[in-house]
Design a protein around this ligand. Structure first.
Ligand code: PLP
Length: 478
């Protein structure tokens, strides 16, 4: 699929010399989340530097990073304080581990900080390197603890369709996006998925609240059908992000939690994207009144300057785990990089910046304006829906544009994604939705400029009629 109008893509098509970085990327680099064959043709967009909300490619083109990298660079690019924190830690103690009772000052400081910040009661903190590893750890801890409690049958997990919890075998089974399962023999059995809490006024339900009642009822019916003695935990992102950005109805979480409590099902809040201010409060759990037994953190924890994730577990879970580890001789789980000193130092400095610059407050203050600008595209013939919360949002494109012809799924998203690049804006197309999740340091003027560029890209795609012919060709039976 090529977009004939995109200068950036055109440039990448004419990959120069076999020694160019693009040619070497094609030759040697297997990319995550990329169409490998298409990549052989168009090559990579090579980003070489960043500052604030902007990044530049190797040809010197400037972009606004409308997705903060992968929903993660809260403090923006080129933050010198994080560079110094990493350098100082590298000089002092570049590596140590925390197996077998070892520790070091930075891991102690960050564990204390996260345990006291988090709404998880009496929390203790386990460190890993990625959101996926933290979620796999959560699965293993739930199984370990339920075995310790003499409930070996209580093993099943419930997640939601279109949820994103990562891509390792366990986390990938919690994930509910079909494109992350296809071809991978996932999800594993005993990982169940209920409906995505995406309310559309056009749906049969008369109101968001009736819809939330139906979702709570669906969950209860599933628990009863499977047998409550087999259901271990429910996991959810307070606001679903990577699956397409879906904000649940206001009373959804209260109703879901009532069902979970009734059947003794643990609740895991996956705050990998919502954590540290994205919804306008420090945690999505505060925004939605969620009281989790475990909380998963990553991405904005270090602004992605270092890979890091944290799993906060409640005292109730910890007490069972502690007894079991004593009985077995160890809690035999952990990573070489668990509590990596450089990641700890960067996270501590990143959290200090978040506090000193009041970036959570900035997100809260700017979110009404951000959401208003997002919704200002409603009424455009290519726009079906605008949704979001805090400084995260998405515009869903109309797959049936005004001429009545059905576009193939994902086509408009890809075209608009490329048109945005061409206009100096990096966003993320999730099927036919375009997601926005800018760095938390963004200003009102930068929000204006981001949506100005988006508006131009939307106009480009709408004006360019080439996709209309693609529409007809691509919808004919294969
Ligand atoms: C990104 C993400 C993950 C996975 O994190 P990785 O570091 O990519 O493994 C898990 N949960 C949520 C909500 C995420 O957004």
């Amino acid at each position: 699929m090529r977009d004939p109008q995109s200068a950036v893509v055109q440039d990448r098509l004419s990959v120069s010399g076999s020694n160019s970085s693009r040619a070497r990327d094609i030759a040697y680099h297997l990319h995550p989340a990329t169409d490998a064959r298409l990549h052989e043709k168009i090559g990579p967009l090579v980003i070489t530097k960043g500052k604030g909300v902007n990044v530049w490619d190797e040809d010197g083109r400037e972009y606004i990073e409308g997705l903060a990298g992968l929903w993660s660079v809260a403090v923006g690019f080129g933050e010198e304080r994080l560079v110094s924190a990493a350098t100082r830690q590298m000089e002092q103690l570049p590596y140590y581990h925390s197996f077998g009772h070892k520790s070091h000052p930075s891991v102690i400081d960050l564990a204390e900080k996260l345990a006291t910040m988090s709404p998880v009661e009496g929390g203790k903190v386990f460190f890993a390197n990625s959101g996926s590893e933290a979620n796999d750890t959560a699965i293993k801890i739930v199984w370990y603890v339920n075995n310790a409690k003499g409930l070996p049958k209580k093993t099943k997990f419930i997640s939601r369709k279109l949820a994103y919890h990562g891509i390792t075998i366990g986390a990938g089974s919690l994930t509910g996006t079909p494109w992350n399962h296809r071809g991978f023999n996932l999800p594993l059995s005993n990982f169940l998925h209920v409906s995505c809490p995406h309310y559309r006024p056009a749906d049969a339900e008369s109101s968001e609240e009736v819809f939330a009642d139906h979702l709570a009822d669906e969950l209860e019916q599933l628990i009863l059908a499977e047998g409550p003695e087999t259901i271990a935990a429910f996991i959810g992102e307070p606001v679903m992000a990577a699956g397409g950005v879906y904000v649940p109805p206001a009373t959804y979480w209260a109703k879901i939690q009532a069902v979970l409590r009734k059947y003794d099902v643990y609740l895991i809040a996956d705050e990998v994207i919502t954590g540290f201010g994205r919804t306008g409060k420090t945690f999505g759990c505060e925004t939605f009144g969620i009281k989790p037994d475990m909380m998963v953190l990553s991405k904005q924890l270090t602004s992605s300057y270092m890979p890091l994730s944290a799993l906060v577990v409640s005292d109730e879970i910890y007490q069972r785990l502690a007894d079991q580890s004593h009985a077995f001789g160890a809690f035999a789980h952990g990573f070489t990089g668990s509590g990596h000193p450089v990641a700890m130092a960067v996270a501590l400095e990143n959290l200090a910046i978040l506090e000193e610059s009041d970036l959570v407050g900035n997100a809260a203050r700017l979110s009404p304006y951000f959401q208003e600008r997002l919704r200002s595209f409603l009424g455009h013939p290519l726009v079906a829906e605008a949704r979001g919360c805090g400084l995260i949002g998405a515009i869903a494109l109309a797959t049936v544009p005004e001429n009545g012809e059905q576009t193939p799924p994902g086509l408009l998203g890809r075209l608009l994604n490329d048109a945005c690049l061409n206009r100096g804006l990096i966003v993320r197309a999730i099927g036919d939705a375009i997601a926005f999740c800018p760095p938390l340091i963004i200003t009102r003027d930068e929000i204006d400029e981001m949506f100005r560029r988006f508006g131009r890209a939307l106009h480009d795609v709408h004006q360019n009629s080439t996709w209309r012919s693609v529409t007809v060709a691509a919808t004919s039976p294969k």
